[in-house]
Design a protein around this ligand. Structure first.
Ligand code: BT5
Length: 276
């Protein structure tokens, strides 16, 4: 199995209504999110995807560096949802759910979602999502959903030391490489399906399904948010996508932006059903 992406196979047999109707491929770009934003500004239609074999300036939230060597899937989707901005921010859960379900279905691996934008295998990050949007007044002009999946990466060789304990790859979990084009198409198909649901019903049913993969719910966690560190039980993710943290004194905090580290020695079984 090669780490090269076969461009001619990226669209072959793709069964989607919207996502991936136009696919832009590059061997190397700075960030596919930036590329997709440029395409969106030029008027690229909804569903356009920008994918690159490597990124030289892959980004996480708060401009953190995202390691993106050859062998991973680094792509961004342009969406123009007729949803309110508050609803559109929850697209991050749609992408997380799509990745968690697809990896489980294709390879039988147990996946977990972690608030707000991670997918984990064995407690380690296999995927990160960066969702950004441009609004005009109360309307969403476009949203860019950037997905990074550590597919055929060698954790020891491809990651710097400080990430080797926290990051993983499908290759590591499965013990073999996977076909990147097959994984890419399955992800687009899943996202396409979920997106159709969200346009009709909003993101709430998607968030509920996402919670079915969220093993951190009910666990003791430590959250760093706005320079503050808080300990508590991650009791829920509310309807706007905020983490609901129950503190020791019984009070409840809704956290909109932050970083969760888990202290659950024993994670809840992942039963893939909605937890609320
Ligand atoms: C994320 O940010 O997890 C969002 C990552 C989104 C990447 C995609 S790739 C396609 C598109 N184009 C882009 O430029 N971005 C998107 P955050 O939650 O802030 O996590 C970032 C942190 O994850 C870093 O500070 C590292 O600690 C860690 N990290 C970096 N690269 C990683 C990797 N490949 N796998 C696992 N962890 C990584």
């Amino acid at each position: 199995m090669s780490t090269n992406i076969k461009v001619e196979k990226l669209q072959e047999g793709l069964k989607t209504r919207l996502v991936g109707k136009y696919i832009f491929f590059a061997h190397e770009v700075g960030s596919t999110n930036d590329w997709a934003r440029e395409l969106a500004e030029l008027g690229a239609p909804e569903g356009t995807v920008a994918i690159a074999e490597t990124q030289t300036a892959g980004r996480g939230r708060l401009d953190r560096k995202w390691i993106s060597p050859k062998g991973g899937l680094w792509f961004s989707i342009i969406l123009r949802p007729k949803l309110k901005p508050q609803e559109t921010v929850k697209l991050v859960f749609l992408a997380g759910l799509a990745v968690a379900e697809t990896i489980r279905e294709l390879y039988g691996l147990k996946t977990e979602t972690k608030w707000p934008n991670d997918v984990l295998i064995g407690g380690r990050k296999v995927c990160g999502i960066l969702s950004e949007m441009k609004t005009v007044g109360e309307k969403v002009d476009y949203a860019i959903v950037g997905v990074g999946v550590n597919a055929n990466l060698d954790v020891e060789k491809d990651f710097p030391k400080e990430l080797r304990e926290t990051a993983t790859s499908i290759q590591k979990a499965l013990g073999r490489k996977v076909a990147l084009e097959e994984l890419f198409k399955a992800l687009l198909e899943k996202m396409d399906n979920l997106y159709q649901v969200s346009l009709k019903e909003g993101l709430t049913p998607i968030l509920l399904k996402w919670k079915g993969f969220a093993s951190f719910l009910g666990c003791k966690v430590e959250v760093s948010s706005d320079g503050e560190r808080l300990k508590g039980i991650a009791s829920d993710v509310d309807n706007v996508g905020a983490l609901v943290l129950r503190l020791k004194d019984g009070s409840v905090k809704h956290i909109f932006v932050g970083e969760v580290s888990m202290q659950c020695s024993k994670l809840k079984p992942n039963n893939h059903q909605t937890s609320v």
